[in-house]
Design a protein around this ligand. Structure first.
Ligand SMILES: N[C@@H](CCC(=O)N[C@@H](CS)C(=O)NCC(=O)O)C(=O)O
Length: 202
């Protein structure tokens, strides 16, 4: 398997999950501006959407869309306990978090990173994200992880996305539960390894 990633981008989420499962995989870095992989391949030929993450299987098939990739990885490695089995009520809670993270948070941060986005739009995005994260903060009260005591793929994705709060100026100082949870997830050995491999930590 090969994961196409860009340092610190949303591809960190499946990267964390791969390391949490102990799966064997290769990494291929993508320059998202030039749409070239480090080995010189035109990235449009890998993913016609031009986005990371992509998980490439040994038979050449490719899977895109981070929230789907993490479920696939977790389902192949049930003993890692990163996702409840399909059909169990808790599975849909994890999917509820993945969907919330992708639609309400991930895509809310994206325009703030783009230099061409007007400042007024960036401010509205920060305000919207602030409200969503206030709600997340309430959900995390008294919990170790989003699903309670156990880390799940939803934590890896939300961690990845909330890493963007600092560089985009989204204020988390009044979100103590989010900050404590973020530190807890960030201290996990697999998360540290993934961040080191992407050059985000020394
Ligand atoms: N719906 C996709 C979105 C992926 C996405 O937004 N990737 C960003 C990095 S976080 C990207 O590659 N952006 C480059 C571009 O759109 O040109 C998913 O959830 O996997």
């Amino acid at each position: 398997m090969k994961l196409y990633f860009s340092p610190g981008a949303c591809s960190l989420s499946p990267h964390i999950v791969l390391r949490e499962t102990g799966a064997k995989f290769d990494l291929e870095q993508v320059n998202n501006q030039e749409k070239k992989t480090r080995s010189g391949v035109d990235y449009w030929s890998v993913n016609g959407k031009g986005q990371v993450p992509v998980l490439e299987f040994d038979n050449g098939d490719r899977l895109t869309e981070g929230p789907v990739i993490v479920q696939w990885i977790a389902d192949q490695n049930p003993s890692a306990g990163l996702i409840p089995a399909a059909g169990k009520p808790e599975r849909y809670r994890v999917q509820e978090w993945l969907n919330f993270t992708t639609s309400e948070l991930h895509k809310g941060f994206a325009p703030i990173f783009r230099p061409a986005t007007p400042d007024a739009f960036k401010d509205i995005s920060r305000e919207n994200l602030g409200k969503r994260l206030e709600w997340v903060d309430k959900q995390l009260a008294g919990k170790q992880y989003l699903m309670g005591d156990h880390f799940s793929v939803a934590d890896g994705y939300l961690f990845t996305v909330t890493n963007w709060a600092k560089p985009t100026g989204v204020d988390l100082t009044d979100r103590p539960n989010v900050l404590a949870w973020h530190a807890r997830v960030g201290a996990r050995p697999a998360v540290q390894e993934a961040m080191k491999a992407e050059g985000l930590l020394k």
